[in-house]
Write a protein that binds this ligand. Structure first.
Ligand code: C5P
Length: 237
């Protein structure tokens, strides 16, 4: 892949965040006094390898999200589109809006606001070196069981071959677009799953503990602690 094209980041942010408890959509909950979505977009932009960011926001919040980035510019071009009923659909809607000169696409969950900028740069570098699809991941620390509908264990996969996958995931634009266009349902929980179905090799690179996803209330406590640690060492996220 040449260095001639631009790099875009799609940020699915349209989830309701029900596992966090009732209230505002997850991406608009604050940590350290700033909405989760703002942290995520600023992390992408401050990597300096992302030229534009397309946010898929809840339909009811489009004006508020646009206002957020008018007030706190991110240092990259930011546009906001309405997300869909599933994460996959939210990503597909953002993908449709990309200008022609974008050749590398990242997809990054708004719910991973503390992703280190070095991880963003590492994913883009791997795609620019020629990978069609790149995912950051960590080894799993729990033993994972497979269960049936009655919650009975039917298998214990070998832990050493399992990885917990994070975002940003990076793609050659053509590979991601082809995979989304060919998808026959909207249930994929990450974008790599779609390109895998096309026989595209997905390269794993080391993830980062601070790229964790905010899902449950305890994750908010952890996020506040990471921000406090960064502030204490003057690495503001
Ligand atoms: O639900 P989950 O935690 O897997 O969501 C991952 C990301 O996808 C979150 O940033 C969430 O806002 C986003 N999402 C979305 N549209 C949906 C559901 C989730 O953009 N309909």
């Amino acid at each position: 892949m040449s260095d001639l094209g631009r790099t875009a980041a799609l940020v699915p942010a349209a989830g309701r965040g029900e596992r966090l408890g009732a209230g505002v959509p997850k991406a608009l909950r604050s940590i350290g006094g700033t909405p989760i979505l703002v942290h995520a977009v600023h992390a992408l932009a401050s990597s300096r390898v992302v030229d534009l960011v397309v946010i898929a926001a809840p339909e009811s919040e489009l004006d508020d999200v646009r206002a957020l980035f008018a007030e706190q510019p991110a240092g990259a071009e930011v546009s906001v589109v309405a997300g869909g009923p599933t994460r996959q659909d939210s990503v597909a809607r953002a993908l449709l809006t990309l200008p022609a000169d974008v050749d590398v696409v990242l997809v990054h969950d708004a719910a991973r606001p503390l992703v280190p900028t070095e991880l963003v740069s590492a994913v883009v570098a791997e795609v620019r070196r020629g990978a069609q699809a790149v995912v950051p991941a960590l080894p799993v620390t729990d033993t994972i069981k497979q269960v049936n509908a009655a919650e009975q264990v039917i298998g214990t996969p070998d832990r050493s071959s399992l990885r917990a996958v994070q975002t940003p995931q990076g793609f050659a634009r053509a590979a991601l677009q082809a995979a989304h266009a060919a998808a026959d349902d909207e249930s994929a929980t990450d974008d790599a799953a779609l390109v895998e179905r096309h026989g595209v090799i997905v390269q794993v690179i080391p993830g980062h503990e601070e790229a964790f996803k905010i899902t449950r209330p305890l994750d908010l406590v952890l996020a506040e602690a990471v921000l406090a640690k960064r502030r204490a060492t003057r690495v503001i996220g």
